[in-house]
Ligand binder design. Sequence first.
Ligand code: SAM
Length: 283
Amino acid sequence: MSIIRPALYVVATPIGNLGDMSQRAREVLAAVDRVAAEDTRHSGRLLSHFGIATPLMSLHEHNEAQRTETILARLAAGEAVALISDAGTPLISDPGFVLVRAVRAAGFAVLAVPGPSALVAALSIAGLPTDRFVFEGFLPAKAGARRTRLEAVAREPRTLVFYESPRRVADTLAVMIDVFGTEREAVLARELTKQHESVTSGDLAVLRAAWLGDAEAQRGEVVLVVAGAPDERGAELDAESRRVLDVLRKALPVKQAAALAAQITGAKKNALYQYALKVARDE
Ligand code: SAM
């Protein structure tokens, strides 16, 4: 295949099932001059599985700045370099940001060879809204910081996606129950595309009980997909109260509009007031 030189190719690799390696990923990895990989031993096995003999160099979170200089020099010499991570799409909770930013800033081409990512794989099967979502990556390891991060997204209406270590799933679910409430719907996607793949859905309490009840399943890689916070805007107001308020608030200050709408419709003044404030903020 024809390769652009110089260029950096950002290549996605399987998240477990080698059958997900794309034809283009194989061709690009075979054609470039060098492959930068998080763990060269791990990726060496992947490349040799596909009969690819391109030399590897390491690029991980501890040497990314230094390796970026090396790769820039290779690009300046006219080479094509590929970046892969241990699994899935580089830069998605994986190294590569420093490199991609520097290569773009230096004016070289950066080309995507898209493919698997646990984030998209989990979202695609979770059965939760996918039109808008928030990827939170890994939560902080320390309990206090983890809770603070979850509190910051407690009212987030978009679907939330988290990567989580199996060692912390039970604790994280406990804090989520505390912060989001037991009834928030969620999906725990485990070992996607692999032999022991499993997907559990239900509210957070159900998920935690299922996780604790299955020692066998408490291993492997996990994505947690959590429904966004319910839209409370005007939830307790009927359509007619909202309609009356919408008319009044266009002509009157919010407080007066809410008071008048309460008199007309019999709805609670404070609920109308809060609703009017939120609508005004969103406009
Ligand atoms: N770059 C990767 C991607 O595109 O998905 C993610 C790398 S991140 C270091 C690894 C995390 O991704 C795991 O801890 C887990 O949360 C998630 N993950 C990766 N492979 C997975 C799989 N097969 N099933 C479920 N989660 C997976």
